[in-house]
Design a protein around this ligand. Structure first.
Ligand code: 13P
Length: 353
């Protein structure tokens, strides 16, 4: 493994920093724009991404995950967006999976596609400035799901992707997401998350992944959003850390959580609680949030040029709170407005890629 992989990993998980996932596909971002009445054009999507990338949040954000359209776009003054990031010391990253598609023979389950031609695409993205990559596997939960077939197919694909990334000198972020959709209990989430992580690390071993040169992006252990009993913060933190201790090797340098549809401040509070728990945590723990970092910024901007500065401030504010949480130093007083006002937890759901 090249030294560069390890140094990129260490940069991504530097103290007090986390990752901004801004890699929604065109169709997912368009749906989100639609709900706010924002026209989705190549230009408006570029303006939005440029707003996020120029929020002055480099003290809290170590890397940004883009997608294919974004990494090819230029800022309003003609600079490639990847360079806008790297000029601030933020590492450009790229989502390289082609999305979750129905898994044959497994009703209601998906397998993430995109391995064909991946070697060449990785090499091209590296030339465009990317230093790390992301692949998301999606695991649906019910009383009977996920199936063994679904877990195995997704774990294998994640490991094949990770091997190709390391070959091409890109740090793989390995993201097996156990969804919050459904009415399952936190205990069921813990059981499924543990089984999935066990399979993923088995597959990574089989494909000879150097664990020191990758990051894991897992879900937190949390009840399904339609479960009548939503576990309190301490229970989520304890169950999450217990599950990770059991299933994630200590050689993995960092765990960067996804937010998965949690309300933004809830994702912050959970991260903070996990960090504050006593006992061994052999990996760095931080955030790699999409919705939980972007929601407020997008709503504030609302497609209007005159709101760009306020949108930047909204992103800066969430990044600051999550940075503090990644150090176990978040307090509610850091919030600009009182948390939890007017919005039930877990109301966000707009990622379908
Ligand atoms: P969320 O934080 O919105 O779950 O997105 C993170 C991500 O990158 C999902 O692939």
């Amino acid at each position: 493994m090249s030294d560069e992989l390890e140094s990129v990993v260490q940069t991504l998980i530097a103290d007090g920093k986390g990752i901004l996932a801004a890699d929604e596909t065109v169709s997912t971002l368009t749906k989100r724009f639609d709900t706010l009445g924002i026209q989705s054009t190549e230009k408006s999507r570029c303006t939005y991404r440029e707003m996020l990338f120029t929020a002055g949040a480099a003290e809290f954000i170590s890397g940004v995950i883009m997608q294919d359209e974004t990494i090819r776009q230029r800022s309003s003054n003609g600079m490639p967006l990847a360079q806008v990031l790297s000029n601030q010391g933020i590492l450009p990253g790229i989502k390289v999976d082609a999305g979750a598609r129905p898994l044959a023979g497994a009703p209601d389950e998906t397998v993430t596609e995109g391995l064909d031609g991946l070697r060449d695409r990785l090499s091209a993205y590296r030339d465009m400035g990317a230093r790390f990559a992301k692949w998301r596997a999606v695991i649906h939960v019910s009383n009977t799901l996920p199936s063994h077939a679904c877990i195995g197919a997704n774990a294998h694909a994640l490991a094949r992707y990770a091997a190709l990334c390391q070959e091409q000198d890109l740090v793989p972020i390995v993201e097996p997401e156990v969804l919050m959709d459904g009415s399952h209990s936190i205990e069921r989430c813990q059981e499924v998350t543990g089984t999935v992580l066990h399979a993923v690390f088995g597959a990574l071993h089989d494909q000879r992944i150097r664990l020191e040169g990758m990051l894991l992006k897992p879900n937190m252990v949390i009840a399904g959003k339609d479960c009548p009993h939503q576990a309190p913060v301490q229970e989520v933190a304890t169950a999450t850390l217990r599950c990770l201790r059991r299933h994630v090797p200590a050689a993995v340098p960092g765990i960067v959580f996804l937010s998965g549809g949690q309300e933004d401040w809830v994702a912050t509070v959970h991260l903070d609680a996990i960090k504050r728990l006593p006992g061994p945590k052999p990996w760095r723990i931080t955030f790699s949030y999409g919705r939980a970092l972007q929601d407020h910024a997008l709503e504030t901007w609302h497609g209007e040029d005159e709101n760009l500065e306020a949108g930047r401030q909204a992103l800066y504010q969430r990044a600051r709170c999550n940075s503090a949480a990644s150090l176990g130093r978040y307090t509610e007083q850091m919030e600009a407005t009182p948390v939890g006002v007017g919005s039930p937890p877990h109301r966000r759901e707009w990622r379908d890629d």
